[in-house]
Design a protein around this ligand. Structure first.
Ligand code: UDX
Length: 444
């Protein structure tokens, strides 16, 4: 918002986080965000507070962007943080104000909050609540915010008020730049977000289901994805088979969607999402089986290097990360596991203190019986067998994201395994005349 030229006050209950932001430090890893933060702090357009009173006095437009995690032991979303913002802010709104919800919420929440907001606010009917779902991806947050592929604003059609006008003003620059601007009712806007994430999750689980069939049939899912992806109706994006989706959004959003559909009596419509979730979780188990079989059938006493802990590259987020989950399972089966990630070591250590962590790929790979790539960071994609040849005990590479070239590794004398593609035995023939060293340690 500050980058778009607005005067912005950020509110949070966490004083430490605010202190770091005020010092120009982003409390998580997100490429490009620190520059935006520093630029706007320096321009005096951005400041922070813990005071709702100050926020209510300061702003004409408020955005609610708090988390809606999965409830413990249930599929449903936990709305306590969103509710708490409304309960704290509304009683302080004494003049006409527009409040936009950005958090991902179960359909029906916005209407409930709109009533509550007006009930609590001294300004009453002069307070408008609208929903403006957020579609940004971690790792591309700045780009997705400043060049969004669409803007969606859900308006309370019973009391339209000033919300659409306010959204057009706030986003004027983006609309002028050509971002499609869609105005809907409240329920549709909430559903746009959940159904978009459900579709993406389904697309990933579809290709992972194909990976299972490819494994059974000896076919290659990466080639299959390229081939079907050329059909413009299907498209190649989000067809990368591997260890599946994780993170703070897709897994909990499809579960909350199923729970909400059940409450609405539409549970049958979303039973397929349970299968989407099942396929996704099976990939983690499958990956552990692939690692176990690669090292000869038992993980006991083996050394496994895990490259990648974040749920995806360019993020330090390890919430529901398939990579960390697999690292934990491999360790539980008796392997000595060392994890390296370019950004997510600290966040991983907090969540999984019992794993060993290394500060580089080479350190993690020392004496390894298998090197397992679980997050497709650029630095892992660019790895060359010669970077690791002298450090591992056995030349085996297992590619949980199908992000490496099987031929490069096989022709350097490594056994390569991906997910949903046939294993490739080390090709050592051409290595023999030049070099005898290292080849004898390769097992097929
Ligand atoms: C997602 C949505 O993309 C975004 O629009 C929404 O606002 C928030 O949720 P994000 O959680 O940042 O964004 O991650 P995303 O890029 O969607 O990836 C989610 C997971 O799917 C990751 O674990 C990723 O590794 C996995 N994935 C993605 C695949 O396994 N295969 C793919 O082809 C694509």
């Amino acid at each position: 918002m500050a980058e778009l030229g607005h005067e912005v006050l950020g509110v949070d209950v966490d004083k430490n986080k605010l202190a770091r932001l005020e010092a120009g430090e982003v409390p998580f890893y997100e490429p490009g965000l620190e520059e935006v933060l520093k630029r706007n702090l320096a321009a005096g357009r951005l400041s922070f507070t813990t005071s709702y009173r100050q926020a209510a006095e300061f702003a004409d437009v408020h955005f609610i962007g708090v988390g809606t995690p999965q409830k413990k032991g249930e599929f449903a979303a936990d709305l306590r943080y969103v509710d708490s913002v409304v309960e704290s802010l509304a009683p302080l709104l004494t003049r006409p104000t527009v409040v936009f919800g950005k958090s991902t919420v179960p359909v029906g929440t916005a209407q409930r909050l709109a009533h509550r907001m007006r009930e609590l606010a001294p300004a009453g009917q002069a307070v408008d609540l609208a929903w403006n779902p957020e579609f940004l991806r971690e790792g591309y947050a700045v780009q997705d915010t400043l060049q969004p592929d669409r803007l969606v604003v859900g308006i309370d059609h019973q009391c339209p008020g000033r919300a659409e006008e306010a959204a057009r003003e706030v986003y004027a620059q983006l609309i002028e730049d050509g971002a499609p601007f869609l105005v809907t009712d409240l329920a549709t806007s909430e559903l746009v977000k959940t159904s978009a994430n459900a579709f993406l999750a389904t697309k990933i689980s579809f290709i992972n289901a194909m990976a299972e069939v490819c494994e059974a049939a000896g076919a290659d899912v990466t080639v299959l994805a390229d081939a079907i992806g050329h059909d413009a109706r299907i498209g190649r994006r989000f067809l990368n088979a591997g260890i599946g989706f994780g993170g703070g959004c897709l897994p909990k959003d499809i579960r909350a969607f199923m729970a909400r559909a059940g409450e609405l009596g539409a549970d049958q419509a979303l039973t397929f999402l349970r299968e989407v979730d099942n396929i996704n979780m099976r990939r983690r188990t499958r990956m552990v089986e692939v690692v176990r079989s690669a090292v000869g059938g038992s993980l006991l006493g083996t050394r496994i290097a895990i490259l990648g802990a974040a749920f995806k590259p360019d993020s330090d987020d390890v919430r529901d990360s398939p990579a960390l989950n697999i690292a934990g399972q491999v360790q539980l089966q008796g392997a000595s596991v060392t994890v390296y990630d370019p950004q997510a070591i600290e966040t991983s250590r907090q969540l999984f203190p019992t794993l060993e962590y290394a500060t580089s790929t080479i350190e993690a790979s020392q004496g390894a019986d298998a090197v397992v790539v679980l997050t497709e960071w650029d630095e892992f994609r660019k790895l060359h067998p010669s970077d690791l040849n002298d450090f591992v005990r056995n030349r085996r590479i297992i590619d949980g994201r199908n992000c490496l070239s099987p031929n490069t590794w096989a022709s350097a004398g490594w056994e390569y395994r991906g997910l949903g593609r046939p294993p490739i035995r080390a090709n050592t023939e051409h290595l023999r005349p030049e070099s005898q060293t290292g080849v004898s340690s390769v097992t097929g």
